[in-house]
Design a binder for this molecule. Structure first.
Ligand code: C2O
Ligand code: CU
Length: 496
């Protein structure tokens, strides 16, 4: 781990921040609610660094419960990943912890606790790693953080979790659940929770944020789905979206009218602003809740009203097949060293969600070795989509044409089998999980581990170099030989 960190390109610049998690009254725009927040605001402060900068951030915990911060999407050093019981001990109430890590790659990321359903209580913010070389491509840079909100307006997230754990899925909805279609690209059952409100940058639709600019400006919107149980269909009235990045990594720009973000996903889009006032909408996909709303204003004109449904929402929708990685981020095609299967299942009528036959506490880690090309094949047996997220790596969508767009969170549709490929280049013990906060808490998490690490799980059996099975596409003997001859097989290499 130390060696991997030392190999990360460093600017030598240190960015120091403080972040305090505490219960607070927060103003959602017209309604003040009791919530948990970072630095008293929802979302928490926007953190910006440059690639190679070291972020030194002191988290102080003013919450009644232990907490952590996880840096979603960053391929950072494992011991800073913020996963309690895996990479660190949770920070008790009243205590503090200093995170220190290099942000290795530019892009749109975000941060949130990795304890229980704290994520659904308002603890979330944007982490932007700015690429100074991209500046010419746009004039303004605006983060839009989308979130489903219930705390203080409806059930508390802990109550939602207890209810789902006790009652499971709504059986009526489940019997009717339909497979993905043009009308319902994620299938008909997209979430368990109907939320009293959906926020854009912490604001209710009745009191929206207004993004002010002038006609002709090219605005880069960094759209983040920080929701816990809601996919959003995003559009800006009167504008096409030029999609330039998926989960922080570049794609060849593709123009669409609308796109869907699963929980944890991000897209960067550039729009050339027209003249007037336009609705920015985040429509909860497959839910009838009132949508998230903001306003883009570049001139005079009546302010659009919340609840307006611009035609773009029903226009051309981005698909994963539209995304092609730019040259510098494309994963070169390479022989596979290992294939891992992940079976996604609903158990006990939705009271539990499993990966490979077990809930998180009972899970067997997926084992990989440094230097390998790994394919992860996710098979969704359920009638819901799961936004599956891998920590510490940005995988490539795998298709017939070879490795595709880079992402760290991918929507696996009902009954779909979807494969991703990654380079095992960041030794550690990494969580892999559904970013539906409730599915995750009800079991749908596992770990992907490089054995031989100080902090990897105990009980990794036998010779670590002979673990797992070789990739289906590689000759068995060849796969094992390549493992044995891989210097990464020496556990001592990882001892830090
Ligand atoms: Cu947003 Cu385990 O992560
Ligand atoms: Cu899920």
């Amino acid at each position: 781990m130390a060696a991997t960190e030392a190999s990360r390109r460093s600017t030598g610049r240190i960015v120091r921040r403080e972040l305090r998690a505490a219960p607070d009254r927060v103003d959602l725009g017209g309604r003040t609610v009791q919530a948990w927040a970072f630095d008293g605001t929802v979302p928490g402060p926007e953190i910006r660094v440059r690639p190679g900068d070291e972020l030194r951030l002191r988290l102080s915990n003013g919450l009644p419960d232990p907490t952590t911060v996880h840096w979603h999407g960053l391929a950072l050093r494992n011991d800073m990943d913020g996963v309690p019981g895996v990479t660190m001990d949770p920070v008790p109430g009243g205590a503090s912890f200093e995170y220190a890590f290099i942000g290795p790659h530019s892009g749109t990321y975000w941060y949130h606790p990795h304890v229980g359903v704290q994520l659904d209580k308002g603890l979330q913010g944007a982490l932007i790693v700015e690429d100074p070389d991209e500046r010419g491509a746009y004039d303004e840079d605006v983060v839009l953080l989308l979130d489903d909100w219930t705390d203080g307006l409806g059930e508390a997230p802990t109550e939602v979790l207890a209810r789902l754990g006790a009652e499971g899925m709504d059986m009526g909805a489940m019997d009717m659940a339909g497979l993905p279609s043009d009308e319902q690209p994620l299938g008909s059952d997209t979430g368990e929770v109907s939320y009293p409100a959906h926020l854009v940058n912490g604001r209710l639709p009745e009191s929206p944020q207004t993004v002010r600019t002038s006609p002709g400006q090219r605005v880069r919107f960094r759209v983040i789905n920080a929701g816990s149980d809601t996919a959003y269909r995003f559009a800006i009235g009167g504008h096409r979206l030029s999609v330039t990045h998926s989960d922080g990594f570049g794609v060849w720009p593709v123009e669409v009218d609308t796109l869907i973000l699963g929980m944890g996903e991000r897209y960067d889009v550039v729009v050339t602003v027209g003249d007037g006032a336009f609705p920015i909408v985040a429509s909860p996909e497959g839910k009838s809740d009132p949508g998230g709303f903001a306003v883009l204003r570049s001139g005079s004109g009546a302010t659009p009203r919340p609840g307006t449904s611009p035609v773009e929402l029903r226009g051309q929708l981005l698909t994963y097949a539209d995304l092609r990685p730019t040259g510098e981020v494309a994963l070169p095609a390479r022989r596979l060293d290992r294939e891992l299967d992940m079976l996604l299942e609903m158990v006990d009528e939705g009271r539990r969600w499993y990966i490979n036959g077990a809930a998180y506490e009972d899970t067997e880690p997926l084992l990989i070795r440094a230097g390998e090309r790994v394919r992860v094949v996710m098979r969704n047996e359920t009638m819901m989509f799961h936004p599956m997220h891998v920590h510490g790596h940005t995988f490539a969508l795998a298709d017939e044409a070879g490795p595709g767009a880079r992402k760290d969170t991918v929507n696996v549709l009902p009954k779909q089998t979807l494969a991703v490929e990654l380079e095992a280049d960041n030794p550690g013990d990494w969580l892999v999980h559904c970013h539906n906060a409730y599915h995750g808490e009800l079991g749908m998490m596992t770990r992907m581990s490089y054995p031989g690490l100080a902090n990897s799980s105990p009980g990794v059996p036998g010779d670590p170099c002979a673990l797992g099975r070789s990739a289906a596409t590689g000759a068995d003997a060849g796969g094992l030989t390549s493992l044995r001859s891989n210097p990464g097989c020496s556990p001592s290499r990882f001892a830090s």
